[in-house]
Design a protein around this ligand. Structure first.
Ligand code: FMN
Length: 178
């Protein structure tokens, strides 16, 4: 499978990227190809809502999405990797997802697989409730097949994350993919 990870943390060596790297290692060892798109440092501007694209067509904005769009449409699986920011995904990742607007139907028709990797400081039982609900709604709307979630509670720093069970979970999620 061709897997694209959409990474949404501004911390290049942070916790969610650590989970993404472990997932990548597992998936590559299982024979998949993995590309990481760094949404935090890509040249991606917020959707202006102009609907010049008609929800399926060229976007009026000419930026990094011109390269990212074909990468996404060529993928069999999308992985969303994000820090938890105010109980949702990071704005960096959401900005990229909003730009799906210009190729929404194409994404839906591909019936891609998907997964969620997330890191948060807190470890209350409800820490990931809102993010999980959002992700599951995206899966439903975009016609994805959910392959799993790694919800790294208590992963407030890379050191906390390294000492948690979540890097291994991320590796296994990638490695178990058929
Ligand atoms: C702007 C901001 C908002 C945050 N909001 C939350 C939150 O709502 N809940 C939580 O548990 N942690 C929150 N955190 C902590 C991060 O999710 C946590 O430190 C995470 O490990 C950062 O991941 P990263 O290293 O991949 O950037 C927040 C951090 C920042 C900078």
């Amino acid at each position: 499978m061709k897997i694209v990870i959409l990474a949404g943390s501004p911390n290049r060596k942070g916790s969610s990227n650590l989970l993404a790297d472990c997932f990548r290692q597992g998936a590559e060892e299982a024979g998949h190809t993995v590309e990481i798109i760094d949404a935090a440092y890509a040249d991606i501007h917020p959707c202006t809502g102009c609907i010049h694209c008609g929800y399926e067509g060229p976007c009026a904005q000419k930026d990094g999405m011109e390269r990212i769009r074909p990468a996404i449409l060529g993928a069999d699986m999308l992985v969303f990797a994000t820090p938890l920011y105010y109980y949702g995904m990071s704005a960096q990742l959401k900005t990229l997802i909003d730009r799906f607007c210009a190729f929404n139907g194409s994404i839906q028709r591909r019936h891609m697989k998907s997964a969620l990797l997330a890191a948060a400081w807190n470890d209350d039982s409800w820490t990931f409730e809102a993010l999980e609900a959002h992700y599951k709604t995206l899966v439903r709307y975009l016609g994805f097949e959910d392959m799993g979630m790694v919800l790294g509670a208590g992963c407030g720093t890379p050191s906390m994350t390294q000492h948690s069970r979540y890097p291994q979970q991320a590796y296994q999620l990638g490695n178990r993919l058929k």
